[in-house]
Design a protein around this ligand. Sequence first.
Ligand SMILES: [Fe+2]
Length: 182
Amino acid sequence: MWEKRRVIKANWKAFIDNYLECDHCPIAHPSFVATLDMSQYSVIACENYSVQGTIVKPDKQYGSVELNKAEFKGGRFYWLWPNMMVTIYPGSGNMTVIQMIPIDHETTMGVYHVFFRDEKLTQEEKDLLAFMEQVRDEDIELVELAQAGFRSRAFEKGIFSPTENGVAQFHGMIRDALLIEQ
Ligand SMILES: [Fe+2]
């Protein structure tokens, strides 16, 4: 297991916003996008969680067992309400659990746990860690810039694109949670 904590200069919800859409991926993550068929990339909003990735028809069958009509290729990325994420990349067994812990309204502690099959990592797994670290740096830079933008008095509200359905779900759940607490 590999663990890392990182202070992010942004509200925890800004990080989740970034995680829940991939419109920024072609520009921010060229190496990530190179591994995916972005034309099939989808965000599926489910009750209290969402999952995203490139959806393809499965090319495998196990004996007489038929697989589902859709399968993820190139990784799958779960978000669990309110602040937990689980990412799984292709290759040997791996799972990353990410938690965003609020410190104050503009500071968040990101806690990352990466699980592999064995304690001793293969070169492929070391490469995956480096790749994830690079994508993480790219995202955190964006999120901290977005946070700076929130301070602007010119900013009032944005407009969701159809591919931001996961973000819209998250904002709806935040709104409902705040209304319930009032
Ligand atoms: Fe990203």
